[in-house]
Design a protein around this ligand. Structure first.
Ligand SMILES: [Zn+2]
Length: 259
């Protein structure tokens, strides 16, 4: 068997594994970052609603105090109307009374409106706080998963990289050159095995003569359709082991009987 081809086939397997490993991290860090951003946005929104509610409460308290004050004034002016000595005094008191009544009316309406607004704010705030708690929990879970993924793959990555280095040393530069050129262009797969007479990469038929030549595992072929390096079955078996026989699950008679 051609050792260089054997190592090349295994290198492909190792690199595929490394690609998958990096892919598995690829989405999670992005997801965690996205969630962190969302949680921060939500936190700011909750705080803004809280500030707005406090402002309305403060304003409402001020207006309510004014309402009490104005009520007293209205009562006082009404009492004073009976004590006046001149028409001029009466007109002046009436003017003040009417002004106080007008302001009392405006403020009372405003306090009522604020009460409705406050109820809405409290409901929004409650909903936002619930959403915020959900988002924080999701972030927490994703962060834990990311930590686990990183911890669980770091060791594996190190082992794969060490194996990769070992293999690369034992492969003819000629193969490495083709490998390095084809891999990026072919979705990370530059070396495939022939399977039932077809290229394992693009599933186009390998010419009969080439297929025969691949049988001993001494030679390689280059797929005329996808340009990948094709190795013979003995090499694939040496690296991957015997292919698993295809089995179909057969429903038992017993399971079918109650249908
Ligand atoms: Zn092909």
């Amino acid at each position: 068997m051609n050792d260089s081809l054997l190592h090349l086939y295994e290198l492909q397997k190792v690199d595929r594994h490394l690609d998958e490993l990096i892919d598995s991290r690829g989405e999670l860090p992005d997801r965690v970052n996205e969630l962190r951003r969302q949680v921060e946005d939500q936190r700011e929104q909750v705080e803004q609603v809280r500030r707005d509610r406090h402002d309305i409460e403060t304003r409402s308290r001020e207006l309510s105090a004014e309402v009490l004050d104005l009520r007293e004034k209205v009562d006082r002016y009404k009492a004073q109307q009976f004590d006046v000595k001149t028409t001029r005094e009466y007109d002046a008191i009436t003017f003040q009374l009417e002004d106080a009544q007008r302001r009392l009316h405006t403020n009372t309406e405003a306090v009522g409106r604020m009460g409705i607004e406050l109820e809405q704010f409290k409901m929004d705030e409650g909903q936002m706080a619930t959403d915020f708690a959900d988002m924080e929990r999701e972030l927490d879970e994703s962060e834990t998963a990311l930590t686990e993924v990183l911890a669980g793959t770091e060791e594996e990555e190190k082992e794969l990289l060490a194996r990769r280095e070992e293999l690369a040393k034992q492969i003819q530069p000629y193969y490495m050159t083709i490998y390095n050129r084809v891999r990026p262009a072919k979705n990370g797969i530059a070396v495939v095995a022939i399977k039932n007479g077809v290229c394992g990469g693009c599933f186009n038929a390998v010419p009969r003569q080439l297929a025969l030549e691949l049988r001993k595992g001494e030679k390689h072929a280059v797929c005329e359709y996808c340009g990948r390096i094709i190795v013979g079955e003995p090499i694939a078996i040496a690296v991957d082991g015997e292919p698993e026989p295809v089995t179909y699950e057969v429903e038992s008679e017993e399971e079918n009987s109650d249908l």
